[in-house]
Design a protein around this ligand. Structure first.
Ligand SMILES: [Zn+2]
Ligand SMILES: [Zn+2]
Ligand SMILES: [Zn+2]
Ligand SMILES: [Zn+2]
Length: 380
């Protein structure tokens, strides 16, 4: 639950009793209306603008007056200090202290940290041209909201229950290559720029904002959506990454589905070369798959199965995308159970039968019928 909301509930449940002889409805303390606490004015101008909730925010925590809880014991009251406020303040301070390690790794002290139940965000973004998010704090909340939205959609589409993710996903956003190299070496175990990721139980994506595809909000958002989709699938159930377990089609397919859904196209290709992508001359994925169906040149699930992500050609990725698109939209709720069985290294035919109660051949038939009815042949 949103930290502020939790606090508000606590505050509202504080004693509303009245002094003996006092008119009902007339508070004894004008300042706090007998709640014993008043809102902190020092940080009132720096609200946490969050649509989807969060648990901790470092910018809120920095308030020297309230320590981030946004409330103070009422200075006009003779009541004893509120223990709940004190407890919450200490909890925030302890949480913030836990983030020192990241600051030490990059030797910086002005990063924004925001946590939610599912995500850990570390942001060094200062400013992007986005309405309503013109500073580092607002930007960090915006990106956390975007992560939460993606998580909610993935849960609804895939059928992976909320409580079946093995750990939070960490997203680190940097603006200097040096920071990216330091952080990626430490937290993703690969020193890579502009992007590095670690799949599994507690996935981490580290991105350096500023150049090439990552030089504006859309480019960054696109990369975040694509890479975090990889993370969510790898994190589901048991932290096993399917990309190197002979099910690359589902690993890359899911990432392409969300990138395509949000941005209407695919520009991010993991573990393949720009030349291979250019040579494939793919155009719109929907049109490509439709055309292949018409020409009897479909890449079947059996062909895709057995290959790691790194071994997939660009064309195979298009079909991986389409099968995932079909499972997430038409067979809503089935991709999660299917992935769960594939993560146990079971053959695809067995996993499909068990998760969808259908044979592989019949599933491909159902897929082709659905594609013909739902895809557009538009080339651009
Ligand atoms: Zn905040
Ligand atoms: Zn404050
Ligand atoms: Zn008071
Ligand atoms: Zn990818």
């Amino acid at each position: 639950m949103n930290a502020l909301l939790t606090l508000l509930l606590v505050v509202l449940s504080f004693g509303s009793g009245h002094a003996v002889g006092q008119e009902p409805g007339t508070p004894a303390c004008e300042s706090c209306k007998d709640r014993g606490v008043v809102g902190c004015r020092v940080c009132a101008s720096k609200p946490c603008n969050s649509e989807r909730g969060f648990t901790f925010c470092s910018v809120a925590q920095e308030c020297g007056e309230c320590g981030g809880v946004r409330w103070l014991d009422c200075p006009a009251c003779a009541r004893p200090a509120d223990a709940e406020l004190e407890r919450k303040r200490a909890e925030l301070a302890a949480w913030r202290a836990g983030k020192r390690e990241v600051e030490d790794v990059v030797a910086k002290r002005d990063l924004v940290f925001i946590d939610s139940q599912r995500f850990r965000l570390v942001s060094d973004l200062k400013k992007l041209e986005i309405k309503g998010a013109g500073n580092a704090h607002a930007l960090a909340h915006l990106y956390l909201d975007r992560l939460e939205r993606l998580h909610a959609e993935f849960v609804a589409d895939s059928g992976v229950p909320e409580d079946k993710f093995t750990g939070p996903t960490t997203l680190m956003l940097w603006t200097s290559e040096k920071d990216q190299e330091r952080a990626s070496s430490k937290y993703t175990l690969e020193k890579a720029t502009p992007l590095a990721k670690l799949m599994g139980k507690n996935p981490v994506v580290s991105i350096c904002f500023g150049k090439g595809q990552l030089k504006d909000d859309e480019g960054l958002h696109r990369a975040v959506v694509h890479q975090v989709a990889h993370c969510l699938l790898s994190n589901a159930y048991d932290g096993v990454w399917l990309g190197n377990l002979k099910s690359g089609w589902i690993d890359e397919g899911v990432a392409h589905v969300y990138e395509q859904r949000y941005f209407g196209s695919v520009e991010i290709w993991c573990a393949t070369t720009d030349k291979l992508v250019a040579d494939a001359k793919l155009g719109r994925f929907e049109a490509h798959v439709l055309q292949a169906l018409g020409q009897n040149s479909v890449v079947g699930l059996t062909t895709l199965s057995g290959q790691d992500t790194v071994a997939l050609s660009p064309l195979q990725r298009v079909f991986g995308w389409s099968y995932c698109d079909f499972l997430l939209r038409h067979r809503k709720g089935s991709l999660g159970p299917l992935a769960r069985i594939l993560k146990q290294s079971k053959p695809l035919s067995e996993a499909v039968q068990s998760a969808l109660q259908i044979g592989l051949v019949d599933l491909e038939l159902e897929w082709s019928t659905w594609v013909k009815a739902n895809y557009s042949a538009k080339r651009k």
